[in-house]
Design a protein around this ligand. Structure first.
Ligand code: PHE
Length: 458
């Protein structure tokens, strides 16, 4: 029977291990780097509320569906869906979901690694005390000089790609479980400490107001698309990462509970990051809307001024690198197991090949901050284009296909017996979200974003 098959790539040692690995995938630069800067760009409170609604109404239902597919298929995303389709007499064209995911994963990794490289550079600068006592204006200059230098960005990007390839070539379980168990709680503790610092030294009242007080007059269809894209990105949804992790899940684990825990943890970290960053942005006179450099400049100011900031800052950046690295493993893993299963290559060969592709595409992101900033695709620079394409188009598209496939096309008995949602109300709610709310919301928001406007947004 399908349910008792196991993955040839191994299995998690416990439910906690899966939660940690999934949380390791979810919590990363998306929470600490991206969430604050896009919240800053999109006006604060209203964006945060829409984001949280997207997590609950769209994210969690799709997450359940995605983990379900992995746990039932036990293979790489493409083959899992082919396997399930064969058994359910569904078209094998649904494999396209896996393909979209593998593509999205590598494209995301290409720029993710560049930003992880920034984090490494800032860890080393903080450690050497280069950033001590820097004010906001100084932090801005330092950051601008840094991203203006393509060679330096390339060096760090290369190091991060190599580290990622090294770890995944040893297999996901060894290494990953250990890193996550020890380091994720440490990251959380440091983040909470940073929030305290921000409460004492920053403009906490206005920071909180910015983050929680909604001004819906600024909200457009595009704001909602970005919030939704961020929910997909932050929860690692729609690209097969959780499908792959689900395929290593032992058969007795409850999917829904696990997913709710992972999503809550991920959202908690994003909100804490916001609480830590915004009060300092305001008190130091930095710009909310400055984009991808926001946390690097803000944290430079904060660590530069705080007692013990050199040590504390170094630790913080190191933990952020670890968080980025546990996420990048999940970005590359779908492609790796696909290569292994389909082309019979070794894990090491697959890892080198996949990382090399991400590395090469990453050069586009590097130059979009300096020598290639004039290169535009659909009016966006290369980094913004890749980010838009993946977060706002590929991940939601993958997600919507996953949820339609699972909730409408697969045998309801099988899905029910696997998900084991005991409460009838919750079961009905899940079906309603997965079948109706999530698909309609995603289609609606995407149509709106490509310019087909509906009255409620105008
Ligand atoms: N969720 C990760 C983060 O927030 C990024 C990611 C996206 C990982 C998609 C896997 C899949 O940093």
């Amino acid at each position: 029977m399908a349910i008792n098959r196991t993955s040839s790539h191994g299995e998690w040692s416990s439910r906690t291990a899966f939660i940690l690995a999934a949380a390791g995938s979810a919590v990363g630069l998306g929470n600490i780097w991206k969430f604050p800067y896009i919240t800053g760009e999109n006006g604060g409170g209203a964006f945060v509320i829409i984001y949280i609604m997207c997590v609950i109404l769209i994210g969690i239902p799709i997450m359940l569906a995605e983990v379900y597919l992995g746990k039932r298929g036990r293979l790489n995303p493409i083959a899992s869906i082919r396997y399930i389709s064969e058994r359910e007499n569904r078209s094998k064209n649904w494999q396209i979901i896996g393909l979209i995911g593998i593509l999205a994963g590598i494209l995301i990794l290409s720029y993710y690694s560049v930003i992880a490289g920034w984090t490494m550079a800032y860890a080393s600068r903080t450690a050497f005390g280069v950033l001590n006592n820097i004010d906001a204006a100084g932090a801005a200059v330092i950051f601008e000089n840094f991203i203006a230098d393509p060679e330096r960005l390339l060096a760090w990007h290369t190091i991060f790609c190599i580290i990622t390839a090294l770890v995944v070539s040893r297999g996901v379980k060894s290494g990953l479980e250990n890193a996550v168990v020890r380091l994720m709680p440490a990251l959380l503790v440091l983040l909470v400490a940073l929030v305290f610092y921000s409460a004492i030294e920053g403009d906490f009242a206005n920071g909180i107001k910015f983050m929680l007080y909604p001004d819906f007059s600024q909200v457009t269809g595009k704001t909602i698309l970005i919030a939704m894209g961020q929910a997909f990105f932050s929860l690692s949804l729609g690209m097969g990462a959780l499908m792959v992790y689900g395929s290593y899940l032992s058969s007795d684990v409850s999917i829904p509970k696990t997913c709710v825990i992972v999503a809550s943890l991920d959202t908690l970290v994003a909100l804490l990051a916001g609480l830590a960053i915004f009060p300092i942005v305001i008190s130091s006179g930095l710009e909310m809307t400055q984009g991808p450099g926001l946390i690097f400049q803000t944290l430079t100011v904060a660590f530069g001024a705080m007692p013990g900031g050199q040590l504390f800052g170094t630790l913080f950046f190191i933990l952020l690198i670890v968080a980025a690295w546990t996420s990048s493993i999940s970005l590359i893993e779908p492609m790796i197991i696909w290569l292994i299963e389909k082309y019979n290559v070794t894990r090491i060969q697959a890892a080198i090949f996949s990382a090399a592709i991400a590395w090469f595409i990453g050069i586009g992101t590097i130059i979009s901050f300096n020598v290639g900033s004039d290169i535009k695709i659909f009016g966006l620079n290369i980094f913004d284009f890749l980010d838009y394409l993946t977060s706002n188009i590929l991940l939601p598209m993958g997600g919507i296909l996953i949820t339609i496939y699972v909730s409408w096309l697969l045998s309801k008995e099988k899905v029910d017996s696997e998900l084991k949602i005991k409460s009838r109300i919750l079961r009905v709610l899940w079906y309603f979200s997965a079948r109706v709310i999530a698909p309609i919301a995603v289609i609606f928001v995407m149509l709106n974003a490509i310019g087909i406007n509906f009255d409620i947004f105008s």
